[in-house]
Design a protein around this ligand. Sequence first.
Ligand SMILES: Nc1ncnc2c1ncn2[C@@H]1O[C@H](COP(=O)(O)OP(=O)(O)OP(=O)(O)O)[C@@H](O)[C@H]1O
Ligand SMILES: [Mg+2]
Length: 384
Amino acid sequence: MNIYKKSLLNINKFFQINLRNKNCVDEIFNVLQEILPYESAYIFYIFPDGVKAEYTRNNKLSNNCYAQIDDIDFKTKNLLKSDFKIDNAVFATLILCGNNQYTQDEELIFSTVSEIISNLIKNIELNNIISLQVKAQQETIIELNKAYKTIEKQNKKILKSDKIKSDFLANITHELRTPLNSIIGFSDLLTAKCIGDLNDKQEEYLNDIKISGLHLLGMINEILDMSKIEAGAVRLNKTLFNAKTAAEEVLNIIRPLAIKKNIRLIPDIEEIEVSADYQKFQQILFNLLNNAIKFTPENGTVQLKTEMSGCKYTLTVKDTGCGIEKKYHKKIFNKFEQGKNKDTQNSTGLGLTITKALVKLHGGTISLKSEPECGTEFIVTLPC
Ligand SMILES: Nc1ncnc2c1ncn2[C@@H]1O[C@H](COP(=O)(O)OP(=O)(O)OP(=O)(O)O)[C@@H](O)[C@H]1O
Ligand SMILES: [Mg+2]
């Protein structure tokens, strides 16, 4: 049959090959054999480290793996060669070795056929890359899913143990408060000499019992408050009240502490109606004033200023105390963080954590300005 007619009859078979099949290159060699009979055919790939026979067909030998570029006699005339290119860069070469010398017509047909094979090989490689990428993506998704599941499991465990811890703290602190209150109550009764007279030593020791009891009660109350906040069990009971009355009540409680250290308490409180939780408003103020007095040396001053600015109520507590290094400005709001102040015996380091949580519950903000040895200013804003 005329070579052109044979080509026309067979060429469409190239396009019927399923390039996803594992042996699709074998099928390409089969079709090629029907158009241009050969003894052996090779597709060499050019890699940075050398040339490798990627696909071979040897009709003489059943074993194809002998294929090496050095085995081919490039001087023989029975050879057809075509380069496969991507953007002018050769990435592979197709070589056909025939029994006899190829005719000019066959050379012409080879150039067209090799063009088709070049495109098929490019598509095969593209398919390989895509399926590798899909596989890698699938593996990543599987790994991610596994990781998510592990994290989810661990989160559940953490939440569960956190709840157990909060419940435990809430229970234990509640149980501790009851006997502690009776210790404080009975020491009050004895100090009031309702039961009988006391000598000086007895009075002094009773006072020590009461002070230690009160400290312990303060710490227990803080832990209880913290566990309630963490459990999300704190609810606001908002009412409209006079901020000056609420602040003055706190000042009356705190004043003896200031007098003890000869600290001047300077209030500058506006007569304003605020909408907040009365008890929690006083707790915020108490914590800040208590800190200011605690961390200010004798003969210092502590100022309390309250004012309305726009639709915000601002509360400022400023002292002339030891100040706070910049690196602790954020940290001191964390649980049990006490900076590097030594004056923290009988303290738990929860005061500011609770204060911040209470301010947040009101939808407000808390910030500070401070430098070591230059005093500290805490600023709380609450929406009205
Ligand atoms: N006015 C202040 N001046 C200097 N340092 C302060 C002041 N207020 C807070 N700090 C620093 O921030 C730390 C954390 O304060 P926070 O009120 O949370 O804990 P605490 O007072 O140590 O203990 P607690 O309030 O639980 O009794 C304090 O230990 C102290 O180092
Ligand atoms: Mg405190």
